[in-house]
Ligand binder design. Structure first.
Ligand code: SF4
Ligand code: SF4
Length: 452
């Protein structure tokens, strides 16, 4: 029997707040569920409802359950955890909801309560603590991980591990990830650590700061490099504040709001002199824009977080809004675009990346049905919920047109997940970041000029 059936079998519901099971700091905001009228218009948008067909795995069911816990009708226990942690936090339901109910925000706040009531124990607890507290908040340790991965790839160890089948002792989703791991290069944070400002290539029109990100800089530093090239080409002086840290999205998604707040405070301080903060990872950008939510109950920090969030901009929107230079170099390719959830649903950025791609000479865009459907990456969801993530990915891959050569997007987590999809389903597409295409087109243009 599902949680919702169990609840429906009870007699008259009690609505007294004194019975609330949210007894820890930072409880869910009742204002967020107040507008839910149980209409069900969000159901079709939800990947986990599509797969399970169960109300408790739908946005409407989750909102009802979270509210029921607040009203003392459902207990905050292991059974309640399942639908709350099975949510992808993809925000598709908020886009579909006529009342704009912030289901993702509620899920994050509720996970905060669950993790305080039922802390992770055993191996899961130790691994979670190691990564969330021991590695991600520490850029130097992340760099060490990057160096180890680089050694693994370049020393021949990767070849030995693959040839001898040693990877087979690992869980399947880790094997899949290892298979698509990009070539690890020097991070841009390290590369530019002694440069106060990376100057615009020609006339300076504005100053911006870059959030380098954790996964982005360690695994995809070439995308950060491309971002800097494109920004400086378009009149932006770029700074990389060295005191910046992880955005905290993984922590907040996992229910560790306290670490999320500490990281937010550090970033607010690190970027205090910046006029604009450019982000090329949708998940990080969405988190930075939502810092005010973390400080709902702290008026001083809330004001600072609002000021900070107003400066955050996705790279594609920044270029589009500031009248970027359209490239003249030709990239002859058929391409489709995948909307990262935290870009399309989280930040409302849909048109800008498509426009950037369409303006590249030689690029032919092919429509992807349900382009804004989650790919199953969802932070570390593909590690914590591999079966559901796999089912979501299978559904996504069915929508990727067969006859395209590239799939473009704006989030590193999606890039890894889509690359797994390409490999798993025998496809051949190259997975790229939108800004990489633009950078390649500019480079082609420069080469053509040199040849003339
Ligand atoms: S979350 Fe929105 S769409 Fe879904 S049931 Fe509630 S009001 Fe309707
Ligand atoms: S955030 Fe995504 S997975 Fe979670 S309830 Fe909404 S649509 Fe479903």
């Amino acid at each position: 029997m599902s949680l919702l059936q169990a609840d429906a079998n009870k007699t008259a519901p009690c609505t007294s707040n004194s019975l609330s099971n949210y007894i820890y700091n930072d409880p869910p905001d009742p204002g967020k569920w107040a507008d839910c009228v149980h209409c069900g218009m969000c159901l079709e948008s939800c990947p986990t409802y599509e797969i399970t067909g169960q109300e408790q795995h739908s946005p409407r069911g989750r909102v009802y359950l979270m509210k029921s816990v607040a009203e003392g009708r459902v207990k905050l226990n292991e059974q309640f955890m399942d639908p709350i942690f099975a949510c992808l936090d993809c925000r598709a339901c908020t886009t579909a909801c006529p009342a704009n109910v912030d289901v993702g925000g509620l899920i994050e706040e509720t996970r905060g309560q669950i993790r305080q009531a039922i802390p992770l124990k055993g191996v899961k607890g130790a691994v979670g603590k190691l990564f969330l507290k021991g590695i991600f908040p520490h850029p130097n340790r992340l760099n060490t991980i990057g160096s180890l991965l680089k050694f693994y790839q370049r020393s021949g160890l990767q070849t030995v591990v693959r040839k001898t089948g040693m990877m087979k002792i690992m869980p399947e989703h880790l094997i899949e990830m290892e298979a698509v791991m990009p070539e690890i290069k020097q991070t841009v944070r390290k590369k530019y650590r002694n440069e106060k400002v990376i100057k615009a290539k020609n006339e300076t029109k504005r100053e911006v700061s870059l959030l380098t990100g954790c996964v982005m800089d360690v695994m995809f530093s070439d995308i950060n490099d491309a971002t800097i090239n494109v920004l400086t080409r378009n009149g932006n002086d770029v700074t990389i504040p060295q005191k910046q840290t992880c955005c905290g999205a993984l922590h907040v998604h996992a229910g560790d709001r306290e670490t999320g707040k500490k990281l937010a405070m550090q970033n607010i301080e690190a970027f205090s002199d910046s006029e604009k903060i450019i982000v090329n990872a949708a998940g990080c950008g969405c988190m930075l824009k939502e810092y005010p939510e973390l400080f709902r109950e702290d008026p001083v920090m809330h004001d600072k977080a609002v000021e900070f969030a107003n400066k955050v901009e996705d790279i594609s929107k920044h270029l589009y809004d500031t009248g970027y230079e359209e490239p003249k170099g030709e990239i002859k390719t058929r391409i489709t675009y995948h909307d990262a959830c935290h870009l399309a649903h989280g930040q409302g950025v849909r048109k800008e990346p498509r426009e950037l791609l369409l303006k590249i000479p030689g690029v032919e865009m092919v429509h992807m049905p349900n382009a804004d459907r989650c790919c199953g990456s969802a932070g570390v969801y593909n590690i914590t919920n591999p079966e559901m993530a796999s089912a979501v990915l299978e559904s996504k891959m069915q929508n990727v047109p067969e006859d395209v050569e590239m799939i473009s997007m704006g989030n590193p987590g999606c890039m890894l997940q889509m690359a797994i999809g390409v490999q798993k389903y025998g496809r051949s597409q190259k997975v790229v970041h939108t800004v990489q295409l633009l950078d390649w087109a500019y480079k082609k243009e420069d080469e053509q000029k040199e040849d003339q």
